[in-house]
Design a protein around this ligand. Structure first.
Ligand code: SF4
Ligand code: SF4
Ligand code: SF4
Length: 212
């Protein structure tokens, strides 16, 4: 988007911000419900996923679509916890967007339309997971897209493909696959369940301390 167009949208948004009706609850998903399962016990913090994501998605230096946090266990060993956008089922980042640049696809992907984003930062502020950043090159809000361009071609997200231990599993919750069978049959956890955002990143073996 040209600077002129973005400036125009910014001006429109600032003049009508008080009268704009937020889009409200996310639309009902009518397609596949994409989700990811992350087995914390299988992650050893190699960062292959972080590197693959950056290369696949031209993520600029200094910002990340996925990152690895560490937690020291009582026995002194470390757990590695991969994080990224949760593609929440009730995403708090969507209603505050004054231009509707942030939206949800019928398959449940939470995405940003670069053409509509005025970089106001409302979605970045609203995300309880710190999953969004201002792309310093494009000048718009940015984050994990679940590698929309790859899954459209039947490929796995780059981070899933790159993981050497299979710590990340991806697929539609609405179909019979490893992800949906595991989510149905084993206890899983999500990050910050109290927010009500209903994350679509499910974890195995996530310690309670992570959410305290
Ligand atoms: Fe939005 Fe944050 Fe949820 Fe991603 S994790 S859908 S950016 S609220
Ligand atoms: Fe990055 Fe794609 Fe993985 Fe999201 S799904 S963290 S965009 S590689
Ligand atoms: Fe963990 Fe797999 Fe990422 Fe390596 S590639 S840091 S094992 S999730």
């Amino acid at each position: 988007m040209t600077a002129t167009r973005r400036e125009f949208l910014a001006a429109v948004a600032s003049t009508v911000a008080l009268s704009v009706t937020p889009p409200g609850p996310a639309p009902k998903r009518t397609g596949k419900r994409y989700a990811m399962l992350i087995d914390v016990e299988k992650c050893f913090g190699c960062m292959a996923c972080v590197v693959a994501c950056a290369a696949e998605n031209n993520v600029p230096l200094g910002v990340f679509r996925t990152w690895i946090e560490q937690l020291e266990k009582p026995d002194g060993t470390r757990l590695f916890i991969p994080k990224q956008c949760n593609h929440c089922d009730d995403p708090p980042c969507v209603p505050p967007c004054p231009t509707h640049a942030t939206y949800v696809t019928p398959d449940g992907l939470v995405l940003v339309n670069d053409e509509l984003c005025i970089s106001c930062g409302a979605c970045i502020e609203a995300c309880p997971y710190g999953a969004r950043y201002r792309n310093p090159v494009k000048g718009v809000a940015d984050k994990c897209t679940f590698c929309e361009h790859r899954i459209a071609e039947g490929l796995l997200p780059a981070c899933v493909d790159a993981c050497p231990t299979g710590a990340r599993v991806f697929g539609p919750l609405t179909e019979d696959n490893e992800l949906s069978r595991t989510v149905r049959s084993r206890p899983t956890q999500v990050l910050k369940p109290h927010t009500g955002a209903e994350p679509m990143i499910f974890y195995l073996s996530l310690p309670d301390e992570v959410n305290r």
